[in-house]
Design a protein around this ligand. Structure first.
Ligand SMILES: Nc1ncnc2c1ncn2[C@@H]1O[C@H](COP(=O)(O)OP(=O)(O)OP(=O)(O)O)[C@@H](O)[C@H]1O
Ligand SMILES: [Mg+2]
Length: 243
């Protein structure tokens, strides 16, 4: 369930966030919040600025405006410290290490942890949740199917014990059955208490699993509401649900 932190702050807050590539504005001053325990989506068409937003949150791109995580100014934390603070990004295209095995990829997810016994237990928990990965633990990640790579990217992120998971288009390039499987896992992760900010072009899917969402168009947030309200909005239906 969504809740403010003990200090009253949302888990994540962006205020007037902007991202530029040279002279091109990809994100034009957007503001949004993600409360602890929520699963929220950011939907929009190709080029709307969704990935740029997530990369700015993960401090992989320079941005202006304010980013607050647990009430702290994110700009003051070095990017490499974010994983240790519980903020994990699963990038568009998964970003698994193709030449490492499934098991080695999972170990990479725990690189900033030192609690060996617990890492072992978490690996078994991930294998329990994603049995396909256990069967293929010695296989090179680059030879996994797209859906298996998405499972591995999720498993690797879970190995860092995230509080906030930023997910960039987990459904991309997957057959419907695999999309369903990946989303079952995402929903289980959310049910375990991990806060999720989900970026998706598949608006119908995203709004069906998230309680509320933001709609992004040409670098701006144009709508923000409960998913049920967005799903009933004629603008959303026409632009994103093909109706
Ligand atoms: N490295 C870059 N250099 C220049 N422009 C970029 C760069 N990355 C993204 N852009 C531009 O910024 C805009 C937003 O891109 P972004 O990748 O954030 O969109 P997106 O909403 O994630 O789209 P998609 O759904 O296709 O992944 C686009 O117009 C894109 O061409
Ligand atoms: Mg993108």
């Amino acid at each position: 369930m969504a809740a403010a932190l003990a200090n009253g702050a949302p888990l994540l807050e962006a205020i007037d966030l902007a991202v530029h590539y040279g002279g091109i504005a990809a994100v034009k001053g957007i503001s949004f919040v993600v409360e602890a325990g929520e699963m929220v989506c950011l939907i929009g068409c190709n080029g709307a600025g969704k990935t740029s937003t997530l990369k700015a949150l993960a401090r992989q791109l320079p941005a202006t405006g304010q980013l607050r995580y647990r009430g702290e100014n994110l700009a003051l934390l070095p990017a490499h410290a974010l994983v240790g603070r519980g903020l994990a990004l699963i990038p568009e295209g998964r970003g698994v290490f193709a030449r490492l095995s499934v098991a080695e990829n999972l170990d990479m997810g725990a690189y900033c942890r030192t609690d060996k016994g617990e890492i072992e237990a978490d690996r078994e928990r991930v294998y329990g949740m994603l049995p396909r990965l256990k069967e293929r633990r010695e296989q090179l990640a680059g030879t996994l199917s797209g859906g298996e790579q998405q499972m591995l990217a999720l498993g690797r992120a879970l190995m860092s014990r995230p509080s906030l998971l930023l997910l960039d288009e987990p459904s991309m390039g997957l057959a419907p059955l695999m999309v369903q499987k990946v989303f079952e896992v995402i929903e289980r992760v959310a049910a375990d208490g991990v806060t999720i900010l989900l970026v998706e072009q598949n608006a119908k899917l995203a709004l069906s699993v998230c309680r509320r969402g933001y709609v992004m168009e040409s670098g701006r947030i144009t709508l923000a509401d409960q998913s049920a309200t967005l799903l009933a909005d004629p603008r959303v239906r026409q632009a994103y649900l093909g109706e």
